[in-house]
Design a binder for this molecule. Structure first.
Ligand code: 5AD
Ligand code: SF4
Length: 438
């Protein structure tokens, strides 16, 4: 049975910002092949589900999403499953869901056009982690909004005992210095004023500059700071053990590096951190936070937390709350522990019952939400530069970002991509309200 070549496509990305970046690159690649983007999944000849495997019943969700792509007349578009579920499940996916035509892992998606051609004749599965980097063969960047993602590092060698990333994204790899600088320039030429450097362990980035000198992420950020037209640099996600001096000092010295640090600690109890194989302690994490705050006193600290890791006692959990009280987070993401097949923690003793996790998560989130609201309120009465990123719901309303990554709502705001000085007059739990200074 042969299928017609698709003319239109739709990419749907789930999960982390790296998937958003990958999804954008897949779209560019399909456009370069002559396909055009459709408004939604319903009218696309090819639908790419760019999946996430980090938590919960991710694979189950993918199967129900696949089911929902069936149309009223019983037909299905050409379906590609990409991302981390694709990597983890591979050929199992079309066996369970025969309407899936293509399975492509996160390290192989540059081969998507060839897989689309192959899928016209039969199932096409590619979960290789090829030696040649996909970045070398992806097409150049073209159009771009004011804020862009740029993947500089992928994979993880840390093997936290709860995490699938080392298995789905592979070993830690840094993209070369020049490739990153060139892509950043291309993004700025295409309209970006802010770039967020992405990596599962972005602060483990390492490379050599033009002169062959060893550099870390701090050096790379200094190089990007020299690009005309690039006003804001951010990076995520970082590991406490990779927070090196050059990066910390960059927070003091590089004006375009925004005062925001996403530095997940996961838990505030040493025995749990040890069982998680985090390779840092509460104390070493707090020392990093102190040094960062010394370099940049107004820096906003963000994090990730897992509650209900196997063996977590009420005392361990209380220690996590205590750490949050000490650090004061501007933003945080918190999750119930979710056993991932194949990871060591999934078979550990002392799995925590659902209701206990629910209750702990509620308490943790209440504390984090109150800290986030307090941080937002601390900006009332302050004047700050805001980068306008999107339209709000009301006519004329614009939404931009503060230096501390807060959303700022402005009535009758200027065009997208403008950088404006804004006076903040109100703060909610999730956003600020401001007026452009007269
Ligand atoms: N269960 C719950 N949360 C997890 N995370 C990663 N793996 C798991 C898991 N098995 C969370 C961590 C990580 C974030 C991206 O997702 O907090 O920092
Ligand atoms: Fe997963 Fe830990 Fe690596 Fe982060 S550092 S990607 S949590 S294994």
């Amino acid at each position: 049975m042969t299928k017609p070549a698709p003319k239109t496509f739709h990419v749907k990305s789930f999960g982390c910002q790296m998937n958003v970046y990958d999804g954008a690159r897949m779209s560019e690649m399909l456009e370069a092949e002559g396909l055009s983007a459709s408004a939604g999944a319903d009218d696309a000849d090819l639908v790419v589900l760019n999946t996430c495997h980090i938590r919960e019943k991710a694979a189950e969700k993918v199967y129900s999403d696949i089911g929902r792509l069936r149309r009223d007349d019983g037909s299905t578009p050409m379906i590609a499953v990409a991302g981390c579920v694709a990597q983890a499940e591979g050929a199992e996916i079309p066996r369970r869901a025969p309407s899936v035509d293509i399975v492509v892992g996160p390290q192989a998606y540059h081969r998507l056009p060839a897989l689309v051609r192959a899928a016209q004749a039969g199932k096409a599965v590619d979960t290789d982690m090829p030696a040649q980097s996909k970045f070398d063969v992806l097409p150049a960047r073209r159009k771009q909004g004011p804020s862009a993602f740029l993947t500089v590092q992928e994979g993880c060698d840390k093997f936290c005992t709860y995490c699938v990333v080392p298995y789905t994204r592979g070993a830690e790899v840094s993209r070369p210095w020049q490739a990153v600088v060139d892509e950043a320039r291309a993004l700025v030429d295409a309209g970006a004023r802010e770039i967020t450097l992405l990596g599962q362990n972005v602060n483990a980035w390492q490379g050599e500059d033009e002169a062959g000198r060893a550099q870390g992420l701090g050096g790379l950020i200094r190089a990007l700071d020299r690009i005309d037209g690039l006003d804001r640099i951010r990076y995520t996600t970082s590991h406490p053990n990779d927070m090196r001096d050059d990066l910390i000092i960059a927070h003091k010295e590089v004006a375009t590096l925004m005062p925001f640090l996403h530095l997940p600690v996961q838990a505030g109890s040493d025995p749990i951190l040890k069982a998680m194989n985090r390779s840092h302690t509460v104390d070493s994490y707090l020392r990093v936070i102190d040094r960062v705050r010394e370099a940049r006193p107004d820096i906003a600290i963000s994090g990730d937390f897992i509650v209900g890791f196997p063996g977590e006692t009420e005392e361990d959990f209380a220690a996590t709350l205590g750490l949050i009280e000490r650090v004061e987070h501007a933003l945080a993401f918190s999750f119930k522990y979710s056993p991932r097949p194949g990871t060591p923690a999934a078979v550990m003793e002392g799995q925590i019952a659902g209701p206990v996790m629910d209750e702990r998560l509620q308490r943790l989130q209440a504390l984090l939400n109150s800290q986030q609201h307090a941080f937002n309120r601390s900006k009332i009465g302050i004047r700050m530069p805001v980068l306008i990123e999107r339209n709000g719901k009301k006519p004329g309303q614009r939404i931009g970002k503060s230096p501390w990554l807060q959303s700022v709502v402005i009535e009758d705001g200027p065009e997208l991509g403008a950088m404006v000085e804004v006076d903040i007059f109100a703060a909610g739990p999730n956003s600020l309200n401001g007026v452009i200074t007269g």
